[in-house]
Structure formats: structure tokens, C-alpha cells
Design a protein around this ligand. Structure first.
Ligand SMILES: Nc1nc2c(ncn2[C@@H]2O[C@H](COP(=O)(O)OP(=O)(O)OP(=O)(O)O)[C@@H](O)[C@H]2O)c(=O)[nH]1
Ligand SMILES: [Mg+2]
Length: 452
């Protein structure tokens, strides 16, 4: 993060370019490239740097650091790329436009989108867990983002449709509660289930004043989501929103449509502060309903946490297995090209001398002579095919320090196994797609080099 701050201070891009520039910075960083500023020296004095930091950059960095502190993601770079992408796509530039006094530059970021007037009080009862993740679900326009902005004290939220997902971390006493705001559009709903495993509780927001067809869909989507294996039985708050409108259906009418399971508590609310009896003030019933949800989670936290840990481990294993399988398909396709097997033509194949040099450079040496005997043997096995050698180089010298560095002996075994399968004619159709998906060839972004 400090590298990014230095880079931004020297570059001093315009306010509208901050998200884009940071996104580029972290994307390059994830690819192992640390961007150096185009200008070698800061364009302005240190006082001006501070002013710039305060006015333009500080809100963005504070927001990003709050999210990282709250979620402690495994890969900070990838997580920041996701957040910045979401901010870019959703046009969530509000923070950049805030006026910040120079004296107010935070040296240590606080976790606080959070300590805002409308944030709910710490509930009494069982001790609150240190961290909780709450999934906020509901169809598009049901009021999810409005609700989260209201919780953060915004008296007149006017959100744009959410594309993807935006985490909002709120500090409640000693507990950090992270609400995931997920877009509710038809196509975006496909991503919801990626977040089910890690969730401790659910808030489903229903626009109870919508037209009949939307209402029916919202009820169906509610039941499907809360009955999915990773969510079933977890504490849930069903909010019937837009009580201020005449088309509003009350709880009795909703119950005619949905059989509400026992783990679900219901609330009839007005989530938009401008629609309440006292415009500008949040609906006073929000706090008590949230407290009840937190109490339900706190009361059963041990077993919910065990379930979350187990589900997340299973999900990670599934993802790793899928990545491994995909990498193997790419390797086999490259070997088919190297050895002209299974109808493939010889493509991107070096001479032996150039192949050694290529692999040597890919693993970080200056000259081919530095590649030892075992490395050469692997290059031989790869048939000097470019992508195959790039794949093995990534196993030997992964870009990310978190990925395992494999020994040549292990890599040799892996290439032999892939080659053996190719020779037996084991090629699956997916292989034809993967390399195209992988960026059309060398260095394509679709491979997960470290998965093996
Ligand atoms: N009348 C009324 N309108 C509301 C209330 N709450 C939210 N709205 C309006 O309903 C719409 C909901 O917008 P969002 O909060 O962006 O909805 P969302 O669920 O986040 O939608 P996606 O991000 O597309 O999934 C906005 O136009 C709000 O002004 C309410 O209590 N009463
Ligand atoms: Mg939204």
C-alpha cells in the first residue's frame, strides 16, 4: 500500500483518474511488475503532497484499507483489484469528491465507514463475535444499497445499481460486521452463491410494493437462496421494504406467498430515510431488528463458525481442483503441439538452443548456461514448446511468493504424466477452448500457474 501511495503522490493524477490509476498499479503488481512513476520527483512540495493526499487520495486509501483490515483477505493485491473494479464499475466515486481538511489526514486509518450516527448499537445478550459477515440479498431495486448507506448515516441515499459486490465494514463495539452488498440484477445473481460459504447471517430485502411479477420472483429467489446448502438454517432477517408506498404488501400477504422457515425473522420497514415519518431520519425499527439478527448469530456462533470454516475449506479445495484440471488441459494441449499428437500441428516450438535460453530466462537466469541439467531435461520433455515451458517455469519460479516453488524432479514427473496421457490419446474437448481463453497464447491471463 505504501508503494501505491508513493506512486500516486508522484504521479498526482486528476481526481477522476484515481481509481483507474490504482487499479492499473495493483493489476501490474499482481503480475509481478512494480510500476515506477513517469516523473522521478514529486511535482509539488511536501505540503502540497499532503494537501493532495488529504483532498483526493486519502478517502480512497482509507476506504480500501478499512476493507482490507476488516476482511484480511488472503491475497491483498487480488482483493484490492476486485474492490477497485467494483468501485469503477459501480461509479462509486463519492469518496473522492468529499472535501477533506488538511489537518484531517488520517495517519492510521480507522475502520469506519462505520462509526456513523445511524450505525446500530451493540446488542445486549450473548457476547458479540469479533468478526461477522452478513450477506445482503434481494432483487435489483429492492433497497440493499439504500439500506447499507442508511446504516452509515446517509440521510438521502441515491445509489446506482450495484455491479458485482461491495463490502461495507461497520464497527459495532468490539465487533467488525462486514455486510456484503451484492447486485440483484438477473445476471449478477449468479455470483451470489460464491459468497454463501463465508456468511454468518443473511439479510434478504424484499420490495413489498413491487408489481406482482417482480414480487413473485423475489419470493422465489428468497426461498431458493436461503434453502441452498451453505445458507440453510443460518440466521436470516427478511426485510419487507417500502412500507411507505400504497402498493405495500404487509407480512400477512407475504406469508400467503412464502412459507417462512423458523430461522427467518421478519421486519416491516422503510429503508429510505427520506420516506420515513421524519424525513432524513432512519426508520427507528431498523436497529432493534438488526440487534435480533446479531443476537441469533452470537447465540449460535460456535456452530456457525465451524460450518463456515468447513464450507470455505471445501469451496477452496473445489476451486483449486478446478484450476489444477484447467492447467493440466493447457499443458497437454501444448505438448500435443510440441509432439504433433492427436491431430495438433507443431506450433510455437523453439530449437533446442533457443528453448534452453527461453526457459533459463523464464526462471530468472540471464544466460542459458545457468540452467542446470535437470532444467534442460524438462525443456527437452516440453519439446521446447513455448507455452509448455512457460507453465513449467511458473511451477519452478512462481511470480507470487505465496505459491509453492516446485523442484525440477516434481515438474519432470508432472510433464511426463501429461505427455503419457497425450500419447494415449487422452485429450478432452475443453483443451481446445482453454488456450484461447488463456489470452490467445503466451502469457495469457487465464492460467493459474501456481495451482499445481
Ligand atoms: N419509497 C421507497 N423507496 C425506497 C425505499 N428504500 C429504497 N427505495 C428506493 O428503491 C430503489 C432501491 O435502490 P437500491 O438501494 O440501489 O437497490 P438495490 O437493491 O441496491 O439494487 P441493485 O444494486 O440493483 O441490486 C431506489 O430508487 C431507492 O430510492 C423505501 O423505503 N421507500
Ligand atoms: Mg445496490
Amino acid at each position: 500500500m505504501s508503494g501505491a501511495i508513493t506512486y500516486m503522490l508522484i504521479e498526482q493524477v486528476g481526481k477522476g483518474e484515481i481509481i483507474e490509476t490504482l487499479l492499473n498499479y495493483f493489476t501490474q503488481l499482481a503480475a509481478g511488475i512494480t510500476l515506477t512513476p513517469t516523473s522521478k520527483t514529486p511535482k509539488k512540495t511536501r505540503a502540497m503532497d499532503r494537501l493532495y493526499m488529504a483532498k483526493a487520495m486519502s478517502p480512497v486509501f482509507t476506504k480500501l484499507m478499512n476493507m482490507v483490515l476488516a476482511l484480511r483477505p488472503e491475497s491483498v493485491e487480488q482483493y484490492l483489484i476486485g474492490c477497485l473494479n467494483d468501485m469503477k464499475l459501480s461509479g462509486d466515486y463519492d469518496v473522492v469528491e468529499e472535501t477533506v481538511e488538511v489537518q484531517a489526514v488520517p495517519t492510521v486509518p480507522e475502520v469506519t465507514e462505520t462509526s456513523t450516527p445511524a450505525a446500530p448499537p451493540v446488542p445486549e445478550g450473548p457476547p458479540m463475535p469479533p468478526k461477522m459477515t452478513i450477506l445482503t440479498l434481494g432483487l435489483s431495486l429492492s433497497g440493499k444499497t439504500t439500506f447499507l448507506k442508511t446504516l452509515q448515516g446517509d440521510p438521502n441515499p441515491a445509489p446506482k445499481p450495484t455491479v458485482g459486490f461491495i463490502p461495507h465494514a461497520l464497527q459495532l463495539g468490539s465487533s467488525i460486521v462486514t455486510f456484503y452488498d451484492l447486485g440483484g440484477g438477473d445476471t449478477i445473481r449468479d455470483i451470489w452463491e460464491n459468497y454463501y460459504a463465508e456468511t454468518h447471517g443473511i439479510i434478504y430485502i424484499l420490495d413489498a410494493a413491487s408489481d406482482d411479477m417482480t414480487f413473485k420472483t423475489a419470493c422465489d429467489v428468497f426461498l431458493t437462496s436461503i434453502n441452498s446448502p451453505a445458507l440453510k438454517g443460518k440466521p436470516c432477517l427478511l426485510i419487507l421494504n417500502k412500507k411507505d408506498l400504497s402498493a405495500y404488501r404487509d407480512l400477512e400477504e407475504v406469508k400467503d406467498e412464502i412459507d417462512i422457515p423458523p430461522n427467518v425473522k421478519c421486519a416491516e420497514l422503510i429503508l429510505h430515510p427520506q420516506k420515513t415519518a421524519k424525513p432524513g431520519d432512519a426508520d427507528p425499527n431498523i436497529d432493534a431488528n438488526l440487534d435480533n439478527l446479531f443476537k441469533d448469530i452470537a447465540g449460535d456462533f460456535e456452530s456457525i463458525k465451524n460450518r463456515v470454516d468447513a464450507d470455505m475449506a471445501e469451496q477452496k479445495k473445489k476451486e483449486d481442483d478446478e484450476k489444477k484440471a484447467k492447467d493440466k488441459r493447457v499443458m497437454k494441449k501444448s505438448l500435443n503441439k510440441a509432439y504433433e499428437l492427436n491431430g495438433f500441428e507443431k506450433t510455437d516450438v523453439f530449437s533446442q538452443e533457443d528453448g534452453y535460453e527461453f526457459l533459463a530466462q523464464e526462471v530468472g537466469f540471464m544466460k542459458a548456461e545457468e540452467l542446470d541439467e535437470e532444467g534442460r531435461e524438462v525443456a527437452d520433455l516440453c519439446g521446447y514448446q513455448k507455452i509448455a515451458m512457460m507453465l513449467v517455469a511458473q511451477l519452478r519460479a512462481p511470480v507470487s511468493s505465496k505459491k509453492k516453488k516446485h523442484e525440477w524432479a516434481e515438474i519432470k514427473e508432472y510433464v511426463l504424466e501429461c505427455k503419457g496421457e497425450c500419447e494415449k490419446g487422452e485429450v478432452d474437448e475443453e483443451a481446445f477452448k482453454d488456450v484461447e481463453e488463456g489470452g490467445g497464447g503466451i502469457g495469457g491471463g487465464g492460467f493459474d500457474w501456481g495451482a499445481c
